[in-house]
Design a protein around this ligand. Sequence first.
Ligand code: FAD
Length: 399
Amino acid sequence: MRVVIVGAGQAGAALAAKLRALGHQGPITMIGTEKAPPYQRPPLSKAYLLGEMEEERLWLRAPDFWTEQGITLKLGQPVSAINPAARTVTVGTETIPYDALALTTGSVPRRLPAAIGGDLAGVYTVRSLEDVDAMRAEFTPCRRVIIVGGGYIGLEAAAVAAKLGLRVTVLEMAPRILQRVAAPETSDHVRALHADHGVTILESTGLERLLGETRVTGARLSDGREIPADFVIVGVGIAPDTALAQAAGVALDNGIATDAFGRTSDPAIWAAGDCASFPHKGGRIRLESVGNAIDQAEAVAANMLGAAEPYQAKPWFWSDQFDLKLQIAGLNSGYDHVVTRRAADGATSFWYYRGDQLLAVDAMSDSRAYMVGKRLIDQGKSPTPEAIATTQDLKALLK
Ligand code: FAD
C-alpha cells in the first residue's frame, strides 16, 4: 500500500511514524508546504518566541529519522490538487499515486480584513516558524504592541512581550478574555496574572480599525479611542485548512468530516489533526491541540492498516504564561457550574460539572489536580463537588 500524507506537521509526522511502528513496509511520502522539517508549534508563542529555544529543538524528530524509516519527505512544496478518481496528488509538475491518502493540513490563522488595516506592515499572526521569525526583531524593550484577541495564543504572546520589556495591550471584544474556552474563574485568574506583570487588558473592546499608511501606527477601538502601537499581533482564532479537500469533493462539516475511524467521504482518503472533525458523544467535534493531533493520527495509521478501532478522544491542553502552567483536561462544553479547589499549598484548580458529571478541569500550576482530573475524566468518574473542594489527598479519589 502506497501512503501519501499531505501536511508535514504534528499529525502528519505522528501518522507516518506510527505506520512504520505498526510494521507497514510500503512507501510513505509526506509532503509539506513549509520548508522546516516537521516541528512542534506550542513553543512558537512560548519559549521560542522568548528566544530561549533553538529551532532544532522544535523539530519532532532528528532529520535522520525520516531517512532511516524510509519515509520520503517533500518539504517546501504544497500539494496543489488531489485527483480522487485517479488516486493521485499533484506537487509542482509531479503526479504522485496513492492507495491511501491522509490529509493532515492543520489550520490557517484568521486574519484581519485589509479594509480595516489587516494588510499593513507590522501586523503579524503566530502560526508558523516563519511567522515568528518574521516578527522577532520587533520584540525590543519599551516598544508598544497591541495584541488583538485574548485567547490562549494572544495571551501567551502578551506574556512573552511583557517579559521582554515591551508595553503590551490586549484587546478582547468579548466581555472577558478566554470567554470561548474557559469559565470566568479561569479568566479572572489569568487576567490578574497579566495585570501583575503590567499587561493592559481591555475587555468588551473591539478593534474598529488599524491605523497607518503603509505600516501600522496604532488602532482605533470600538469605543472611539485611538492607541499607538509599533506593531500588532493578531490572535483571533483559526479555521481548519480544508481547501484541498473541498476542491477534491471530500465532504466537510466544520473541517474535513471523518467517521469514527478517521476515514472521509472518500474511502481512500483519511484525515487527522486540526483539519478534521469527527464523531464524539453523539455529536461532532474538531480539536485544535497537540494531544489530539498525535492520538488521532495514530488511530488513523492503525485503521489504515485494518485495525477498525474507533478513535476515542481524551482531550488535554496546556498554556504557559509568565510562571503559570495552565493544564486542561477534558472538554468543558455544556458545563453548568464550576467548583474551585485550593490545595493546602495554595495551588488552585477549577472543576467543570454538568449536573453531577465531571467534564473538565483547569489546573493552575497544579500538576496533581491536572493528573488526577484527567484520570477521573478518562475513567468516567465524578467525585462530588464537596470531595473535590475539600479532600486533602486528591489521589484517593481515583480509588
Ligand atoms: P499543523 O501542525 O499545523 O500541520 C499542518 C501542516 O500542513 C502545515 O505545516 C501546513 O503548512 C501543511 N499543509 C497545509 N496544506 C498543505 C498542502 N496543500 N500541501 C502540503 N502541506 C500542506 N496545542 C496544545 O495542545 N498546547 C499548546 O500549548 C499549543 N500551543 C500552540 C501555540 C501556537 C503558536 C500554535 C500555532 C498552536 C498551538 N497549539 C497548541 C496547537 C497545536 O500546535 C496544533 O493543534 C497542532 O499543530 C495540529 O497539528 P496538525 O498536524 O493538525 O497541523
